[in-house]
Design a protein around this ligand. Structure first.
Ligand code: ATP
Length: 358
């Protein structure tokens, strides 16, 4: 069992408030991702949970026990850093054994735990080597093996894959996900890579400026971003946003002179003439080569064949949108097209605050 509860956790560095009164519960055996751009406070929050930073305010509870004032080694956590931090003068065996030796475990137990951690990470053949004799991916595996060998109930990982090249990163991502499923530890995983977050997390806490803007399942964060920033940060391409104006009667909006119905639940919150963001993902737009009712006229600017599909960049008025089409669809730059939005996939946001209206 390892539930982690953060209550109003605050961390300041002089004038900079790196973590602003964050409250969050991470469930037992959950895989929680902290995602956000550089400087948003995700590493600082992780370091507070680890006990490597003292909080200015708030409490951190692990399984109901207040650990806020406890040193890292008394919190029952284990951590993997971006920089691997493997010891160059120790063999792989000794690197993995490090935490266990600190805990003064008997030799037989150390041997057995090092062996089983190494097997889980497929590095049992490398136990006699030194880090200099390993590839980057193998070194990363040693760092993970060392973290899991101590069998902590909480595993904290700070950008553990970011030093690897793209292909290895993809491979390790799947491997790490399988491994962490098997371990059944509670995991908090920091990344600025939204694909990593979407593919690995049970939930994603999206951070900006020391705050959590949304904490939800990957699919909910992707489909229903709570704010403009989240839609623009998550997904490749990011969510499209178009300006829409609420029409008299409030049953519809106008988007570049096309009328699009407004769900009644949203309409009731709004005044006529209010400006909204209409959010829609590239895969939820249909591109037609001929006009049809309720479509928005656009012009193709760029066609990018991506193998599985084509990505169009199109211009609507003075706004640019990304649209997915079939790989065999024949569109070319300069062509006039008409766009149809999947009505149930449209997100409505307040243009002034950038907040979702649902
Ligand atoms: P990155 O992805 O670049 O590592 P991050 O989201 O992990 O970014 P943090 O490292 O947590 O961000 O930093 C949050 C803010 O706190 C930043 O403005 C950073 O400059 C500041 N900060 C972090 N550590 C310190 C420190 N030891 N002293 C002063 N300021 C710090």
């Amino acid at each position: 069992m390892a539930e982690i509860r953060l209550e109003n956790v605050r961390k300041e560095f002089g004038e900079v408030v790196a973590v602003k009164d964050i409250s969050l519960t991470i469930h037992d055996r959950e895989f929680m991702v902290l995602l956000g751009p550089s400087g948003c406070g995700k590493s600082t929050l992780l370091r507070c949970i680890a006990g490597l930073e003292q909080v200015n305010n708030g409490r951190i509870l692990i399984d109901g026990e207040d650990v806020t004032q406890l040193p890292p080694r008394k919190r029952g956590i284990s951590m993997v850093f971006q920089s691997y931090a493997v010891f160059p003068h120790m063999t792989v065996f000794e690197n993995i054994a490090f935490g266990l030796r600190m805990q003064k475990k008997p030799d037989a137990e150390i041997r057995q735990r090092v062996q089983s951690s190494a097997e889980l990470l497929h590095i049992e053949e490398l136990l006699d080597r030194y880090p200099a004799q390993l590839s980057g991916g193998q070194r990363q595996r040693v760092a993970v093996a060392r973290a899991i060998a101590v069998q902590a109930k909480v595993l904290l990982m700070d950008e553990p894959l970011s030093n690897l090249d793209a292909l290895l990163r993809l491979e390790m991502r799947a491997e790490l996900k399988r491994l962490l499923d098997e371990l059944q530890a509670t995991v908090i995983y920091v990344t600025h890579d939204q694909v990593e977050a979407l593919s690995m997390g049970d939930r994603i806490a999206v951070m900006r400026n020391g705050e959590i803007l949304q904490c939800d399942s990957p699919i909910a964060v992707y489909n229903n971003p709570a704010a403009h920033f989240i839609g623009s940060f998550i997904g490749n391409p990011p969510m499209n946003f178009l300006t829409a104006r609420v029409l008299d009667g409030k049953t519809a909006v106008s988007v570049h002179e096309t009328t699009i119905p407004l769900p009644p639940s949203i309409a009731s919150q709004l005044k006529a003439n209010t400006e909204l963001w209409l959010g829609i993902r590239a895969e939820n737009i249909e591109a037609l080569s001929q006009t049809a009712p309720d479509t928005i006229p656009a012009k193709v600017l760029v066609v990018e064949p991506l193998g599985s599909h084509n990505l169009l960049t199109v211009q609507v008025g003075n706004e640019l949108l990304k649209v997915n089409t079939h790989a065999d669809a024949k569109f070319s730059p300069g062509q006039a097209i008409w766009l149809r939005f999947a009505a149930d996939k449209i997100r409505w946001l307040d243009k002034l605050t950038g907040q979702s209206l649902i």
